[in-house]
Design a protein around this ligand. Structure first.
Ligand SMILES: [Fe+2]
Length: 291
């Protein structure tokens, strides 16, 4: 092996990190070394700057616990989480696009009957979401699972309210594919800004807000499940979502209605939102072919 110079150091490191039996790990580590070296060669950090980077990563790890994942947040705000999601969900044109799950999904939500409210006593403007789950050929998908989670009308999730079974629920589509969800409208919210990611964001002009959205996991036997969001059209943060989650087909109109009868049969005494969206699932077999 030749001795080290600034010029040959990258080649030496890539070569050494090629001695890995697992071919995928070998590929990953060779690319990681190559791109890390390219980053350092471009930026030319001083020792103090390199230590600041190590310190930021250290504190990012120390901020993580059972409920808080600061590294995922870092990945989210740099667009990496959505890129990994896009690469792993190259769906057919016309299928409902996927997005990242995010940190607020809680499994085993209570089940609700079609049209029944999952919002209980939560603050917010009533919101009724109706639509059909169907496949790429337009065929209705009955019995599809719709697992929803969202903020209440004050922008807070269950985990931030110290509540149980709050602003989340499971519905199933009817035999004709239709579904009716009764909830309250979410509002936009800030990502956690009290950690190293927030500290970094505060040194930029980047918005740390997410536009109002409802998270959905939609699944049915024989179909590729999709994790996605529906976003409220016109939200002030719709074009600057800090985690890059907004895909155009996922922006939906929240039609504001006056008092009266809603599609779930409920008589609303004040304003409420009427939201319509059809989920389109792709067959599991064609999804595998696409992958
Ligand atoms: Fe969210």
């Amino acid at each position: 092996m030749p001795y080290v110079t600034e010029a040959n150091l990258t080649d030496l490191a890539v070569e050494r990190w090629s001695d890995i039996p697992d071919p995928r790990l070998r590929q990953v580590m060779r690319a990681a070394i190559k791109h890390l070296h390219a980053f350092v060669r471009e930026v030319e950090p001083t020792p103090a700057e390199w230590f600041a980077a190590i310190d930021w990563l250290t504190r990012t790890g120390q901020m993580c616990d059972a409920k808080r994942q600061e590294f995922i947040l870092a990945s989210d705000v740099m667009g990496v989480s959505m890129l990994v999601d896009a690469i792993n969900n190259r769906l057919a044109s016309g299928a409902t696009p996927s997005t990242v799950e995010g940190p607020f999904h809680i499994p085993n939500s209570d089940e609700f009957a079609d049209g029944q409210s999952m919002s209980k006593d939560a603050p917010g403007i009533p919101c009724v979401i109706t639509g059909t789950v169907r496949d790429l050929d337009g065929k209705p998908v009955g019995g599809a699972l719709l697992d929803l989670w969202q903020t209440d009308g004050e922008g807070l999730y269950e985990a931030q309210r110290d509540r149980d079974q709050y602003m989340r629920g499971v519905y199933h589509s009817n035999p004709d594919g239709t579904f009716t969800v009764r909830t309250v409208a979410p509002i936009g919210y800030t990502i956690p800004m009290d950690g190293p990611v927030g500290e970094l964001m505060n040194r930029t002009n980047i918005s740390h807000m997410r536009p109002a959205h409802i998270h959905f996991h939609v699944a049915a036997p024989g179909y590729k499940p999709v994790i996605t969001h529906l976003f409220q059209k016109g939200d002030q943060y719709i074009e600057t979502d800090v985690v890059f989650g907004v895909k155009e087909p996922l922006i939906v109109e929240f039609h504001k209605k006056g008092p009266g009868k809603a599609p779930n049969g409920e008589t609303m005494s004040g304003p409420w939102y009427d939201v319509k969206y059809d989920f389109v699932l792709q067959k599991a077999t064609s999804a595998q072919k696409a992958a």
